[in-house]
Unconditional design. Sequence first.
Length: 347
Amino acid sequence: MRTSRILTRLLAASLCLTALAGPGLAETTPAKELFGGAKLPTRSQAAPIGSYAKGCMAGAVAIPTDGPTWQAMRLSRNRRWGNPQMIALLERFSQDAVNLGWGSGILIGDISQPRGGPMLFGHASHQVGLDADIWFTPKPAQALSPQQREDMPFTSMLDKSKFLTVHPGRWTNTHARVVMQAASYPQVERVFVNPAIKKKLCDTWQGDRSLLGKVRPVYGHDEHFHIRIHCPQGAPNCKPQAPVAKGDGCDKSLAWWFTKEPWAKPKKDPDAKPVKPRHVMLSDLPKACAAVLAAPARSMEDATFATNVTAYSAAAPSAPVQNIEAIINSAAVLPDLGPVPLPRPFP
Ligand SMILES: [Zn+2]
């Protein structure tokens, strides 16, 4: 009798907990935990929803962990999911990189989570399946084991003993060609690299300078570069970003990175009340993202192999606008581009 009363109480308590956890879950749990916990994509049409840094993704496909000219890294993160156009581009790019002499292909870092959205660690963007990180280390001829893909350290392209300087022994012309190859596809909107790498390209790139404008300087990005593609056509819920400014970007916007301003510690107001950081919640994301979280899943096998991603290349032509190799080979005279002007505030 007593036991049954305890059981009844326990049952009531657990029902109460379930009720708390049920409808309230989305309101109390940070969005990064909800999306970080999704193991599989939705079984629906591919659609980026929202913006690169505030959104989610339906109908993602995964790049296979191994391809003829690529390997996906850090498999435990489960971030090799993207819009089919992104996956198609990566496959195409990996072949073009090999043709440029980039080892036996590319090592692919994070793309997005199975349903996109905010992540438990790393990355403000990568939320809609249109961003991908590529290592500045080529794929070795031998396939890396899953453990090696977890443990292999990143190699920085910078000489860390100096301020914002590319390591002369590590950075090669092939690195430059591979980055510019990525920038050359019409569907690529931006390629993010460290400011030191952008400056190196500004100082040395012999091809069309207009392509350089797509290569954007930003913190980090010294052991990998980041490829971002445009919103695909027919994706009304995808929020585009402002296009890059015309020109090569080897200007004030780059010189700023070589001032103290971007590296200075933020000034603290001693009178300011401490603000508790607020998590991004599901309600901060586009409304459709709640439906994306709740939608039925597609199997890993199906989402990796059943979609013919090359069909998506036809929708968005993946042929580069320029042949990087031909440009390099035909550039007989190196134009004197001069160094990037530094502004004054270096006391
Ligand atoms: Zn990235």
